[in-house]
Every structure is written in structure tokens, then in C-alpha cells.
Design a protein around this ligand. Structure first.
Ligand code: SF4
Ligand code: SF4
Length: 71
């Protein structure tokens, strides 16, 4: 569960533009960012670093599934 929460968004869209895997989208009604495709998050932290109001929380609580095949 990499990107975990967006709270206090001011709608600048920086994170939407910064995310390389389109995890974050804008809600046109509230003009706030929301997590649309959490499974695609690569934990690159670009969104976190681009947010001017520290609205984004990223957690490493759960390990990312290793992309390895054993057979
Ligand atoms: S950590 Fe990276 S991949 Fe995950 S939502 Fe943020 S910008 Fe996208
Ligand atoms: S960068 Fe921060 S303030 Fe801007 S849209 Fe994303 S969550 Fe909202």
C-alpha cells in the first residue's frame, strides 16, 4: 500500500503531472486529487515531493509484492 492518503489538497495538479504511472487523478467536482490506481504506485515519491502543501502520505507498512516468478 504505497501511496496511502491525500488530505488537504488545494488542487494544483502537480502530483497528477508528476506521477509516472497515472496513479493519481483529479476529481472535477471537488477539484481535489484522489488515488485512482493504487496498485500501480511505484513508491517513487515524485508526487510527495511535488506537493506544495504536504497533502500526500506514502507508507511502506506493507511490503511491495516482488515481481518474481519461481517457475
Ligand atoms: S509515489 Fe510515485 S508512483 Fe506512487 S503515486 Fe506518487 S508519483 Fe505515483
Ligand atoms: S500536489 Fe498536493 S495540492 Fe497539488 S493536486 Fe496533488 S495532492 Fe493536491
Amino acid at each position: 500500500m504505497p501511496i496511502a492518503r491525500i488530505h488537504g489538497c488545494i488542487g494544483c495538479e502537480n502530483c497528477v503531472k508528476a506521477c509516472p504511472t497515472d496513479v493519481i487523478r483529479m476529481d472535477p467536482e471537488s477539484n481535489q486529487a484522489y488515488i485512482a490506481y493504487v496498485d500501480e504506485c511505484q513508491i517513487c515519491n515524485f508526487c510527495l515531493l511535488s506537493c506544495p502543501v504536504d497533502a500526500i502520505t506514502i507508507t511502506l507498512d506493507k511490503p511491495v509484492k516482488p515481481n518474481v516468478s519461481w517457475g
